[in-house]
Design a protein around this ligand. Structure first.
Ligand SMILES: *[C@@H]1O[C@H](CO)[C@@H](O)[C@H](O)[C@H]1NC(C)=O
Ligand SMILES: *[C@@H]1O[C@H](CO)[C@@H](O)[C@H](O)[C@H]1NC(C)=O
Ligand SMILES: *[C@@H]1O[C@H](CO)[C@@H](O)[C@H](O)[C@H]1NC(C)=O
Ligand SMILES: *[C@@H]1O[C@H](CO)[C@@H](O)[C@H](O)[C@H]1NC(C)=O
Length: 297
């Protein structure tokens, strides 16, 4: 009886040990994002003299949180799988940030940002919101698997005293197919809509960024152009075939009803005229008589 009890106890202890081990190993396989979960955006810190990226003592790239949005009081965040317009007004453009904007719109340096591919473990997440975190995932910086790069192609023009910045931006985010890697980001990009009127910026102004975020469930871009140059749909194909048949029918009807009788008539005339002209051409020179008769007719 006692033997059996100790056996059961040992079994239970072994079971819980195994469970604890599994739990300890779990952080290696990070869970994916849930729909609506927030995704912090961080960007490469750059020197304001040259626009060069900043590295720490170990030569690793220094990423800092995206500037704080006045609307939320927090750095820019995307929501997993949520398509929406996000307003992010950077309240006050100080001198260093203005110089960085000059580098971005003048294409001296890109606004290189990144988002965590999967939710970060709590230890890293805290650092994500601290100023001046360094990328200790590996020496490759944004190329590491933990983060997905998101280059923000901010466009505008450099003037003598001020900047014109296209502050309306599109953000495209691709998730990995759910069957393969649920809740995982596969690719991301953002770009200014340079067609729209830019915002005039001087030091001390606010920068009203307007992000239009769209999500894609896999890495292929759907065709967005239904008109000219778009892909051929079944209904377009049916329409083309029907209109081809209709125009063929109209052509046949026209030929039979109008063109053919006309040709037959003129062909009859031609034959008569041909005979006359035959007399003219074939024998006219020899037989000038026939020609003069034909002409008089
Ligand atoms: C940003 O928020 C502060 C405080 O909420 C407010 O005083 C300021 O006017 C806001 N700035 C802009 C550009 O909306
Ligand atoms: C964002 O700001 C624009 C004005 O610039 C406003 O029309 C729009 O309603 C705002 N959108 C959100 C989601 O706050
Ligand atoms: C970015 O780098 C500059 C220059 O090294 C530094 O002064 C600044 O504090 C850094 N920014 C943040 C948010 O850490
Ligand atoms: C990708 O997602 C789109 C929906 O946006 C779907 O129509 C398409 O079939 C998917 N492509 C692949 C290869 O799964």
């Amino acid at each position: 009886m006692l033997d059996r009890l100790s056996f059961i106890i040992r079994l239970v202890v072994a079971f819980y040990t195994a469970l604890a081990c599994a739990a300890e190993q779990e952080p290696l396989v990070l869970p994916g994002y849930k729909v609506g979960q927030s995704i912090p955006v961080s960007c490469l810190n750059r020197t304001i003299d040259t626009g060069e990226h900043i590295t720490d003592a170990e030569g690793q790239l220094s990423y800092i949180p995206f500037p704080t949005c006045n609307e939320t009081g927090r750095p820019l965040e995307l929501l997993f799988g949520v398509e929406k317009d996000i307003n992010c007004t950077i309240d006050f453009i100080d001198d260093p940030f203005f110089h960085l904007l000059e580098f971005y719109v003048h294409n001296d340096a890109p606004l290189t940002c990144r988002i965590p591919t999967k939710p970060l473990p709590p230890s890293l997440l805290v650092k994500e919101f601290e100023a001046g975190t360094t990328d200790n995932t590996d020496g490759q910086g944004s190329l590491s698997e933990v983060y997905t790069p998101m280059i923000v192609a901010l466009t505008g023009t450099l003037q003598l005293s001020h900047l014109h910045v296209s502050t309306n931006l599109n953000v495209l985010v691709h998730a990995a197919p759910r069957a393969i890697a649920p809740g995982t980001i596969a690719a991301a990009t953002a770009y200014s809509i340079s067609r729209e009127p830019p915002t005039r910026i001087v030091i001390g102004d606010s920068l009203p960024l307007r992000f239009s975020v769209r999500w894609y469930p896999n890495t292929s871009l759907p065709s967005g152009w239904a008109g000219v140059g778009g892909h051929l749909t079944f209904s377009t194909l049916v329409y083309c075939i029907l209109s081809a048949l209709a125009s063929a029918a109209i052509c046949v009807a026209y030929f039979r009803g109008v063109e053919l009788p006309r040709r037959l008539k003129s062909h009859g005339k031609d034959r008569l005229g041909g005979m006359e002209r035959g007399g003219l051409g074939g024998y006219g020179i020899v037989n000038g008589y026939g020609y003069s008769i034909g002409k008089r007719d």
